[in-house]
Ligand binder design. Structure first.
Ligand code: SF4
Ligand code: SF4
Length: 181
């Protein structure tokens, strides 16, 4: 080994299981994850990072490319992503960090590793066509002179049926979050 070789970092050899994590993210929409060079530009533009969350796009990508998954299942910040897409616009390597974060979300959904509020939101979306809906809303709307139902899926049962059919095409039924029929 010459002096130059000794200055090089030790290569990380991933196990098959760890490589499987990267493949799983790719299959769920984060195809370019292994193009990341950890330059940090995505983190510098990310509202999640700027809000002080300890975990954000760059760190998730780093962990996932090292095959780390179980340890990050309970971290809530993938759900804090506001889909601004700034990270994807700024990334010099076309990693599309936003897509990686959403791929991670899809994996988390399959593992049922999502915040209770998110689960409730998905059930409410299926039931009413709105992720946020309270049964007291019609009464409140009436009190302020509005029609009980706003002109959304609430007022159009056929649109709600279409939405439900779309949701049934997703994994949500398979994992028991929404009824299959
Ligand atoms: S900007 Fe792109 S290359 Fe740089 S750390 Fe983020 S994902 Fe990786
Ligand atoms: S899309 Fe999500 S991960 Fe990307 S910068 Fe916006 S909040 Fe951050």
């Amino acid at each position: 080994m010459n002096n130059l070789d000794s200055d090089l970092p030790t290569p990380v050899i991933l196990t098959e299981l760890e490589k499987g994590v990267i493949e799983e993210i790719k299959e769920h929409g984060g195809e370019n994850i292994d193009r990341c060079i950890q330059c940090g530009k995505c983190a510098g533009s990310c509202p999640v990072a700027l809000a002080g969350f300890l975990w954000f796009n760059k760190r998730f990508i780093h962990a996932l490319t090292l095959g780390i998954k179980e340890e990050i299942l309970d971290i809530p910040s993938p759900w804090a992503c506001v889909s601004c897409n700034k990270c994807t616009e700024i990334c010099p390597r076309d990693v599309k960090p936003f897509e990686v974060v959403f791929a991670l979300r899809r994996v988390l959904v399959e593992e049922l590793a999502m915040p209770t509020l998110t689960m409730e939101g998905l059930r409410t979306l299926y039931e009413y066509g709105h992720a946020v809906y309270q049964t007291t809303y019609p009464e409140t709307r009436k009190k302020v002179g509005l029609p009980e139902k706003p002109p959304t899926t609430l007022a159009y049962p056929e649109a709600l049926e279409e939405l439900r059919a779309l949701l049934r095409e997703t994994k949500l039924g398979e994992i028991g979050l929404i009824p299959m029929e």
